[in-house]
Design a binder for this molecule. Structure first.
Ligand SMILES: NC(=O)c1ccc[n+]([C@@H]2O[C@H](COP(=O)([O-])OP(=O)(O)OC[C@H]3O[C@@H](n4cnc5c(N)ncnc54)[C@H](O)[C@@H]3O)[C@@H](O)[C@H]2O)c1
Ligand SMILES: [Fe+2]
Length: 311
């Protein structure tokens, strides 16, 4: 058993529900509730900022993730972000985006490490110092409530770089965001393809945590089942009424992906994610899409061998 699975099993807590959770109709309502100001850094994308934030004229400091490079977070991207956002220039971090932005903002809330590489390889401690408010604009990762920040890092063996890269999760309860705001309106601009990938990613989180061979918990009984039920009803709706039907169901999709995040935070995922990470990172395939490719063979194996599978 790998070290991460072993630590999940050793941890006797049943539900970790760390952030305080809010729901708002609009970004403006959230900004009013939290009195966003010039000491807040908002990490987002320009194409989310323009329709939802620009006209509000808030004084906070907006930074666009695309300025740091394309794709999923990497050691280089995180260092560029650190350089672009001096640590003493903000008191609070607002993450408005997909899982990548959530994961980057978790790092902005922590003490700056000597190197990003040392942080991910646990040679520098994770120390939470600034509040993070997480606002997801996809309905997939659940990263807004998890204790993981994923990045593509330089691989090493016995402390020596191998020349390759790997996708690694930095795990610590200290990086769970302090607050989560669910604002379904922000998903209006999410195109159908990333929407579909992220919704399937959330379904896989829910299913894998429900079937978790390592750690069946209260979260799998409650949150995984609810997430699967809500997401599958949404897929049925889209099947019957077409792609645009997702807009009338966005509140449910974003809520369900949050539930799935709570579920896999404690019960863990399984072979679908386990098989996706190693092949997806080197070819820069988004994990959400990779989980779709890895699903069919993994479910077949899992449901035929796992002792914890229930009918
Ligand atoms: N920390 C965790 O618990 C956890 C769990 C799973 C995945 N992840 C990480 O999350 C990332 C994947 O997250 P994701 O699936 O949300 O994808 P993403 O963050 O990469 O976003 C997918 C694409 O959709 C765009 N987008 C996002 N919201 C949009 C909106 N409202 N309108 C228009 N475009 C929008 C993004 O710019 C991007 O191009 C990966 O880096 C993965 O490693 C983290
Ligand atoms: Fe995932």
């Amino acid at each position: 058993m790998d070290a991460f699975s072993a630590s999940l099993m050793a941890d006797k807590r049943e539900i970790i529900f760390a952030p305080t959770v809010y729901k708002f109709q609009t970004f403006a309502q959230m900004a009013e509730e939290f009195k966003l100001n010039e000491r807040d850094v908002v990490l987002t994308n320009e194409f989310i900022y323009t329709p939802f934030m620009k006209d509000l004229g808030l004084k906070c400091h907006y930074v666009f993730q695309e300025k740091f490079g394309a794709g999923e977070p990497s050691e280089e991207m995180i260092q560029v972000m650190y350089d672009a956002i001096p640590y003493d220039s903000y008191d609070r971090v607002i993450a408005v985006g997909g899982g990548a932005i959530m994961d980057l903002c978790k790092l902005l809330g922590c003490k700056r490490p000597d190197t990003v590489h040392n942080l991910y390889f646990k040679r520098f401690p994770v120390v939470h110092e600034k509040d993070v408010i997480a606002i997801p604009t996809t309905c997939g990762t659940g990263s807004e409530c998890t204790n993981i920040s994923v990045a593509i890092v330089k691989d090493e063996k016995d402390g020596v770089l191998t020349g390759g890269e790997t996708k690694l999760g930095l795990v610590s309860d200290d990086i769970i965001p302090n607050k989560v705001c669910l604002i379904p309106e922000l998903l209006k601009t999410l195109p159908y393809k990333p929407f579909a990938c992220s919704a399937i990613d959330a379904l896989v989180h829910a299913t894998e945590s429900f079937l978790s061979p390592h750690r069946k918990t209260m979260t799998s009984e409650l949150f995984s089942e609810k997430a699967m039920d809500v997401i599958l009803k949404g897929f049925k709706l889209i099947d019957e009424k077409g792609q645009d039907a997702r807009f009338e169901y966005m509140d449910q999709f974003v809520t369900a992906s949050f539930y799935a995040g709570i579920a896999f935070l404690k019960a863990g995922c399984g072979p679908v994610h386990g098989m996706s990470f190693p092949w997806a990172a080197p070819i820069t395939c988004p994990t959400a899409r990779a989980t779709i490719c890895s699903s069919a063979p993994s479910w077949t194996t899992m449901t035929s061998t796992s002792p914890t599978v229930r009918s």
